[in-house]
Design a protein around this ligand. Sequence first.
Ligand SMILES: *Cc1c(COP(=O)(O)O)cnc(C)c1O
Length: 295
Amino acid sequence: MGDVSEPLELSLPSPAVEVADERLARRGVRLALKRDDLIHPELTGNKYRKLRLNLVAAREGGHRALLTFGGAWSNHLRATAAAGRLFGFRTVGVVRGEELAGRPLNASLARAAADGMRLDFVDRATYRRAAEPEVIAGLLARHGPAYVLPEGGSNTLAVHGCTDLGREIGDSADVVAVACGTGGTLAGLAAGLPGTAEAVGFAVLRGDFLTGEVRRLQQAAFGDTRGRWRVENRFHHGGYARTSPELAAFAADFAARHGLVPDRVYVAKMLHGVFTLAAEGAFPPGTRVTAVVTG
Ligand SMILES: *Cc1c(COP(=O)(O)O)cnc(C)c1O
């Protein structure tokens, strides 16, 4: 775990719970939920796994501050702010949209600010160039030296951190389903899964960039591409944070049946994808599916 997690009580390995659902049983498909949302009340899910080794590196590098990027509802920004408070780093969040600077903070940014994160609202053109050295140099000049995490937190150490997820699932599943934003979690999960299990990433953003991105992240982390994985692009419901009446109905029904209200931005889209694929007969009878509740 490294010494960064010492003050924390973490539910690791996260619990895996079987879910009985007649729609899947009819197809001979078994479903388990991998409850990464229970890892920690504030550092939930894949955000803890992605941050862990980065926090170790930041501390070992003598850094006192973390600087990162996100949209106004970014779970990564909020998790970084919480990590800063829990582990004693100053935090700076570079937020997309300078027009937000004059407005009341939404619940997510208010939480980050309450955890001590300094928010810097930048215009969209600058934000788009957030990975460029000159933009980062400008931000560090403004905010002081800091350990820099990319948007969504997906870097090489994040990918390595997510390999634990695959190892925890081990050979208990034939298919592992996970929601994808930047693809860092899928990249690590697939690399950590032993044996022949396939990891399926459900894209929550529109567009066809994730396969290339996951490949790039694996190349950077391991020097090659690893594991069996693929990306499903059919279940974004209009794009990031968009929804559809079908998705809303599915999520409400899932909550009523199973007592878990799935996160609408990520987890509901993945579960809807799993149930749709099962109904289409995509999983042979006997398939054991593990769905990762990433937050
Ligand atoms: C950030 C997040 C994801 C996406 O993770 P990536 O590594 O960016 O693909 C999935 N689910 C939840 C709940 C998240 O907060």
